[in-house]
Design a binder for this molecule. Structure first.
Ligand code: DCP
Ligand code: MG
Length: 291
């Protein structure tokens, strides 16, 4: 018998099917590629980006460098002051693109929808994946393992029932993380979350929210939709929903502005075919309930 699981309720009251989403984000991506390719950099504070005393910024830094307070986008001169013994190397985009392509190949083995956010991260919809009995946590483990085998790099993964929570989850346990937020945990998890941790709440909005007394998910949840609309306009519905652990955005497998040649034609044709078949797939398949 074909059964469609109806679980979460949207703002409009419409019932929708429970999804299984994995967000994968590589650890210290550019820096890890450099450490992989240059064994002498391993275990050391490494900064990828500008030269130590230039006006450049840090693109990426190894976890060893982070212990000194260094982070992406920091001026290199400041990074040098914090850690003069750090190794500074220039970016090698070709190497990062090559690793990124391999990672995406792994994603497509397990997901019908893959939405890259950058070279090193993507949302995967695994609601219809048959492997590992459809258990998303096991699928995430397999993805991490295959990425390690095929690129020599470490990924962190977040597993949940929507994009918002999966993205937050992938950051919870870095590096080499695998963090799961189940449908039962989602709403409570959001309550205790600091507002600046909410994906989609940028620094300016976080400042505005704090000025209004909104410091956590619990604070945000006390606001009515109309009050949020008065202060945040079009974004109000998104904030209203995420305060309740609800996010109905679908994983979009193809972005129109992806430059030609960025993805192989073969995969592009496949993406389009899946997009067209999606409604039929949804009618005929039912995701299993365990995340
Ligand atoms: N990047 C950049 N400039 C920034 C931020 C990031 O050039 N301001 C590049 C370098 C990063 C890569 O994008 O390696 C991925 O960005 P992430 O934010 O995922 O950071 P990392 O992968 O480096 O570290 P993390 O382990 O925190 O994900
Ligand atoms: Mg990363």
């Amino acid at each position: 018998m074909i059964k469609i699981c109806l679980k979460s309720k949207s703002l409009s009251g419409k019932l929708t099917k429970q999804r299984k989403i994995i967000h994968v984000d590589m650890d210290a991506f550019f820096a890890s590629v450099e450490q992989r390719d240059n064994p002498e950099y391993r275990g050391k504070p490494l900064i990828v980006g500008g030269k130590p005393n230039s006006r450049g910024v840090v693109a990426a830094c190894s976890y060893e460098a982070r212990k000194f307070g260094i982070y992406s986008a920091m001026p290199c001169s400041q990074a040098y002051r914090l850690c003069p013994q750090a190794i500074f190397v220039p970016v090698r985009f070709e190497a990062y693109r090559e690793a990124s392509a391999k990672i995406r190949e792994v994603f497509w083995r397990y997901a019908v929808q893959v939405e890259p956010l950058s070279l090193d991260e993507a949302y995967l919809d695994v609601s219809y994946t048959a492997a590992f009995d459809g258990i998303a946590t096991k699928i995430a483990q397999a993805i991490k393992h295959e990425i390690k085998q095929e690129t020599g790099l470490i990924a962190s993964a977040g597993v949940s029932y929507n994009k918002f929570l999966a993205k937050i989850a992938s950051d919870m346990d870095k590096p080499d993380g695998l963090y799961v937020i189940t449908p039962k945990q989602g709403a409570a998890f959001v309550q205790s979350l600091a507002i600046e941790k909410f994906y989609g709440v940028g620094p300016a909005t976080a400042k505005k929210m704090k000025a209004l007394g909104i410091h956590t998910g619990a604070d945000l949840k006390t606001w009515s939709l109309s009050d949020l609309q008065a202060h945040f306009g079009k974004s109000a519905a998104y904030y209203y929903n995420i305060a309740r652990g609800i996010d109905e955005r679908a994983v979009k497998s193809f972005r129109c502005h992806v430059p030609c040649g960025y993805i192989p034609i073969r995969s592009y044709a496949l993406f389009r075919a899946i997009d067209l078949l999606q409604p039929m797939i949804e009618r005929h398949l039912s995701p299993k309930e365990d995340v």
